[in-house]
Design a protein around this ligand. Structure first.
Ligand code: NAP
Length: 237
């Protein structure tokens, strides 16, 4: 069945969000690909999928921008089946040791990486409610696990992803009585999404299909693990 899908942070062709857009388009789905600012990254895909693809400017760190994006999407779709909260930002000193990292950068990372997904969920809730079986996927990270934490750096990112996991659980609790709404958070694995990740084993275009299939398998599962890996296994909170 053709579904309506919205994905955030999709403007970089080598990154996960853009490749998820490609994979859903290949399935015949209607995709709202959200970007932080105007981009030509979708020119070829817009030519290939003119009926299926819409590019929407949405800065998830800004409530007015998210509300404006809701207006654009709701003018074109009467419901949403899938939201993938994929956008992420990190502090400029993300790699610094925890004792040297500037805590003043934390607020920005949490605003985009954890508050951003909640902004999107709240704004698009009226469209999710109209789906037969809606799924929100929050793209988290093993870095957001407190139980399995081993690092002494990437503190702003880890704090923000731990906060995103808490957003996931809290929304899950709120939706317990809503049979057509589901949510989970996923550690997507280490992917070759940028120059810094050249050693990573997972190729974003290939891996996006693994993730898409996982999401479809989990769409209606409301009693499974909530924080899972790309292999569908539970990960410690
Ligand atoms: N790569 C990995 O190995 C890995 C591992 C674990 C988890 N993850 C998670 O997987 C997801 C995708 O990772 P990635 O490596 O593909 O990410 P990425 O290359 O860093 O891309 C992130 C995207 O988010 C967008 N973005 C940043 N701030 C935004 C904002 N305020 N509003 C809207 N969009 C914004 C960026 O837009 P611009 O292009 O405009 O900057 C970019 O397109 C992230 O949630 C990440 O934490 C990745």
């Amino acid at each position: 069945m053709m579904q309506n899908v919205l994905i955030t942070g999709t403007g970089r062709p080598q990154a996960l969000g853009h490749n998820l857009v490609r994979r859903y388009l290949e399935q015949g789905d209607r995709v709202f690909a959200c970007v932080r600012g105007e981009t030509d990254a979708f020119d070829a895909l817009l030519r290939e999928y003119p009926e299926q693809l819409s590019v929407v400017v949405m800065d998830v760190g800004s409530t007015p921008s998210v509300r404006d994006a809701f207006g654009q999407v709701s003018a074109k779709a009467d419901h949403l089946d899938t939201i993938i909260n994929n956008a992420v930002t990190t502090a400029p000193d993300c790699q610094s040791h925890v004792m040297e990292a500037d805590p003043d950068y934390f607020a920005r990372s949490v605003n985009v990486d954890a508050a951003g997904p909640l902004r999107v969920i709240q704004a698009f809730y009226p469209l999710l409610k109209k789906s037969e079986a809606a799924l929100v996927v929050n793209i988290s990270s093993e870095a957001g696990s407190i139980g399995a934490c081993y690092r002494t750096n990437m503190t702003d990112y880890a704090v923000a992803k731990a906060a995103l996991n808490m957003v996931t659980k809290t929304v899950f609790n709120a939706w317990k009585g809503e049979d057509n709404l589901n949510i989970l958070c996923v550690h997507p694995g280490w992917m070759r999404t940028n120059e810094g990740n050249r050693e990573a084993p997972l190729i974003p275009y290939d891996h996006a299909e693994t993730l898409r299939r996982l999401f479809e398998a989990r769409r209606r599962v409301k009693d499974g693990d909530l924080f899972i890996t790309y292999a569908g296994e539970a990960y410690p909170w």
